[in-house]
Write a protein that binds this ligand. Structure first.
Ligand code: AMP
Ligand code: MN
Ligand code: MN
Ligand code: MN
Length: 278
């Protein structure tokens, strides 16, 4: 039921845990028929300048984005900032803080994996991240490369998650602070992949309601791998809370065929697309 969308507002590059450089990502988006792409790397704006330059070359529209890690109700929730000013001092300061938290977590993940006999995880995962933001995906890559797991899916069952080796909880900034940083940077805050947090319906309603009260504007109604029922569920939340709808593949690499650039269904009728807000 997916088709090739001309808009994709959620994608990653080597500035965080994506496989392609910002310029390569823009080029692949163009090849896939995407005309408007948002680069939304985890907790960094470092890829945006290169992506903008490539977008100008290919006569595409590049929306400056970011995917911010936030802590809500003891869980990590991802908030996308769209159409932000990538030179915003507030946003740059926020990313510096977030990357410090990521680096401290990476050290602790390395120590925890060492305790179960897996050596060099910190050093090698940092090397895989290169200049980009270090994420659990880099640790997953390291674990798969070294035969501790067969796939990323297996890693996120056996390692790096609650009650498993290598899990470290992080005190990410709260929801209100995160939304405010996006607002100060001139952007629009969007709840990323709302059904991936395994929240009960009650908790998800609470999240959306608090998000809206703090100035949040949108929710991802269509993401890379969701089915018709999931789209209907989120559509109903968007209507009920009167917030705008976003769509994005959450593209990282070619290994996940269900999350490729522009491979998305349309936003259901009756919703306000986020781009009408900018
Ligand atoms: P982090 O933001 O450092 O906690 O890392 C989160 C990233 O890890 C996500 O953005 C994905 O790229 C990856 N990830 C998390 N869970 C999974 C999963 N179950 N399968 C594959 N990748 C995952
Ligand atoms: Mn990621
Ligand atoms: Mn995410
Ligand atoms: Mn993402």
């Amino acid at each position: 039921m997916s088709y090739q969308s001309t808009i994709d507002l959620h994608a990653h590059s080597t500035a965080s845990d994506g496989e392609l450089t910002p310029a390569e990502l823009v080029e692949m988006a163009m090849q896939n028929g995407v005309e408007t792409l948002a680069l939304t790397d985890h907790d960094t704006v470092a890829g945006l300048a290169d992506a903008q330059a490539a977008a100008i070359q290919h006569k595409m529209t590049l929306i400056n984005g970011i995917e911010l890690s936030t802590r809500w109700d003891n869980k990590t929730i991802h908030i996308i900032g769209l159409n932000i000013d990538d030179k915003s001092k507030t946003m740059l300061d926020a990313t510096i803080h977030l990357n410090q938290l990521r680096e401290e977590r990476a050290i602790k993940i390395g120590e925890k994996l060492e305790k179960v006999g897996i050596r060099n995880a910190y050093k090698e995962s940092m090397a895989l991240a290169g200049k980009g933001t270090v994420t659990r995906q880099h640790f997953a890559q390291f674990l798969v490369n070294n035969d501790h797991a067969k796939s990323y899916a297996e890693v996120f069952k056996r390692f790096l998650v609650n009650n498993k080796p290598g899990y470290v909880s992080v005190a990410w900034p709260g929801l209100a602070e995160t939304i405010n940083n996006i607002k100060v940077a001139g952007g629009i805050a969007v709840i990323a992949h709302p059904l991936r947090y395994r929240l009960t319906a009650t908790k998800l309603r609470k999240l959306i309601s608090e998000f809206k009260n703090s100035g949040g504007k949108g929710i991802e109604v269509v993401t890379g791998n969701n089915n018709k029922d999931e789209i209907t569920t989120v559509t109903n939340y968007a209507k009920r809370y009167d917030i705008a709808a976003s769509l994005g593949s959450d593209y990282h690499n070619s290994k996940t065929p269900w999350a490729q650039l522009g491979k998305l269904t349309t936003i259901p009728q009756g919703l306000t697309p986020v781009w009408e807000l900018w």
